[in-house]
Design a protein around this ligand. Sequence first.
Ligand code: PLP
Ligand code: COI
Length: 343
Amino acid sequence: MAVKDLDWANIGFTYIKTDYRYVSNYKNGSWDEGAIVTDATIVMSEDAGVLHYAQECFEGLKAYRTEDNRIVCFRPDLNAKRMVDSANRLEMPPFPEDRFLKAVEEVVRANEDWVPPYGSGATLYIRPVMFATGNVIGVNPADEYQFRIFVTPVGPYFKGGAKPISIKVSDYDRAAPHGTGNIKAGLNYAMSLYPIVKAHEEGFAENLYLDAGSRTYIEETGGANVILVDNDGNLVIPKSYTDSILPSITRRSIAYVAEHVLGLKVTERPVKLSEIPDFAEMGLCGTAAVISPVGKITDHGNVIEIKSGMDEMGPVTKKLYDTLTGIQMGHIEGPEGWVHEIP
Ligand code: PLP
Ligand code: COI
């Protein structure tokens, strides 16, 4: 067994087919025992529920190779739990959390040669996905499902890695108040495709979505939560008063690290777009985004320059980034249970 010979420093955030995936199917009221398989394709009925009423949810987490050549992943128990929440909201049978963890371990170990080398800048992205395979024609939940986990090595989500990005305030909404914005369902991303293509054409890296009810408060971007640093160097996290922000595991971890490791004050509250010029630093956080600093926001011709600028990450964001990634890569001791070694 040997680590694959890829140009690790230059792979982007794209799908690279690896050797093995984990698959379990749900039928007659229960999940089968599941197995590691090689077939990367899926054959299903033309009438499968996922194709018609978008009964689908997914997760995203990463595996890292440590300096001493162990393979670890970061808080997978929280992904297992969030997928249960997503499944329940979509009337899908949740995949048991203990089996989720075991499946992550099995599929990562099976593909261990695809886990990028320590320090290469690349990581192994793990994508659990669950969808309705059973037939539906009236609007109803299906009675058969597939749970699958595949992995793909990835580089930075945004071009330029940890360089500040320029984003725009979207003309579109990401999630309805009290809708599905707080779960990880594909339907939340389908609606973001048109606006993200437009944003990219206009030279922006991401869309910042406001609350759909009043278009006043910041919610999150298409694929990451927002963090802000005030002028006293403390952390402020936008909160949704309509519960339409995805509860990011990265953001929850950053909040803990900020308070308990770096001794910052952490406040979670609704934040108006009009308050942004008062902040010193802004970042996007998520499994794919890690922490990506924001340098500029364009709001319909009005440009909001973040004080930390477009050249580099602000100092507090950098401290948070170094501490978080240090814990994830295994060279900084994190809180008990955060780093999960793949047996
Ligand atoms: N918000 C959205 C819309 C996302 O797609 C993601 C990615 O998972 C996040 C936030 C970040 O969540 P996490 O830190 O759990 O990856
Ligand atoms: C992740 O960070 O895992 C996500 O699912 C976000 C997606 C935009 C790639």
